[in-house]
Design a protein around this ligand. Structure first.
Ligand code: ATP
Ligand code: MG
Length: 251
């Protein structure tokens, strides 16, 4: 699949998957995501959120059903061909020992300095990078020259540079200071613009803004819809919301 022409339509049809023969997990799951939509996946620990995105990335083969991207079965694509079209920002951000510019260019080694700066600007990381001692040439260590939030910004710029049609975002739960948190949220939202995005979401703002919320429990999608619809429905999402997000009213 040519990354320049992929639109990012993703369809799960009758997907079943289990890690262990005697422990069913995902059973007959179907889902259609239109190009450019943001899908927020929520649910308790062990529900299968990470598994769902791992299946899209073809880390495992399905026991039944198909997953297609723009109508092509991912089982018939090479893993490399598939993953070229999917950008990832995972919880454990990793930077390698090298400059910030090299870290941003990781997925596109032939990127020019201008490409790198454009990606950083688009994801609101540019300003922060320029305040570092050597700007884009600042050498970062794996051990943490940068704060957790700053590392997230660099990995978001990295994903932006590749301009994939599909994104997988596993929102970090690690606490960062309020200002960096705001930058990360804005960066994530720029990154999602115009791309089909699967977000394992922990932030209420992301979930609220999603086109589609999937509520997973024990490997199944027990509810799907928008924030307002699901709150009105008064089911699993409403309970999750009450437990995790609803704040006591303040004056
Ligand atoms: N590699 C694996 N081998 C065997 N079982 C696994 C493996 N990865 C996950 N599981 C099991 O599959 C189920 C779903 O796990 P998954 O990681 O998809 O949940 P999750 O919704 O992402 O949870 P969390 O919110 O804790 O990240 C769990 O019961 C988990 O123990
Ligand atoms: Mg998970």
């Amino acid at each position: 699949m040519d990354p320049d022409t992929v639109t990012g339509r993703v369809e799960f049809a009758g997907v079943s998957f289990r890690y262990r023969r005697d422990e069913p997990l995902i059973e007959n799951l179907s889902l259609t995501v239109h190009p450019g939509q943001t899908v927020a996946i929520v649910g308790p620990t062990g529900a299968g959120k990470t598994t769902l995105v791992n299946l899209l990335l073809r880390f495992y083969d399905l026991d039944a059903g198909t997953i297609t991207v723009d109508g092509t079965d991912i089982a018939e694509m090479s893993r490399h061909g598939l993953r070229r079209n999917i950008g990832m920002v995972l919880q454990d951000t990793w930077l390698f020992g090298g400059t910030i510019a090299e870290n941003i260019a990781y997925g596109k080694p032939d990127a020019t300095r201008e490409d790198i700066v454009t990606a950083a600007q688009a994801t609101h990381a540019d300003h922060l990078i320029r305040t570092l001692p050597d700007g884009y040439d600042t050498v970062v260590e794996e051990d943490g020259t940068l704060s957790a939030g700053e590392r997230q910004l660099v990995t978001i710029a990295r994903a932006f540079l590749v301009r994939p049609a599909i994104l997988v975002l596993d929102e970090a739960t690690s606490s960062v200071d309020t200002r960096t948190e705001m930058l990360v949220q804005r960066a994530m939202s720029s990154l999602r613009q115009g791309r089909t995005s699967f977000v394992i979401a922990h932030r209420l703002s992301t979930i609220r803004d999603a086109d589609l919320i999937l509520v997973m429990e024990a490997g199944r999608i027990v509810e799907q819809g928008s924030h307002d619809d699901l709150l009105d429905a008064g089911g699993a999402y409403a309970r999750l919301y009450a437990a995790q997000f609803a704040q006591p009213a303040t004056a």
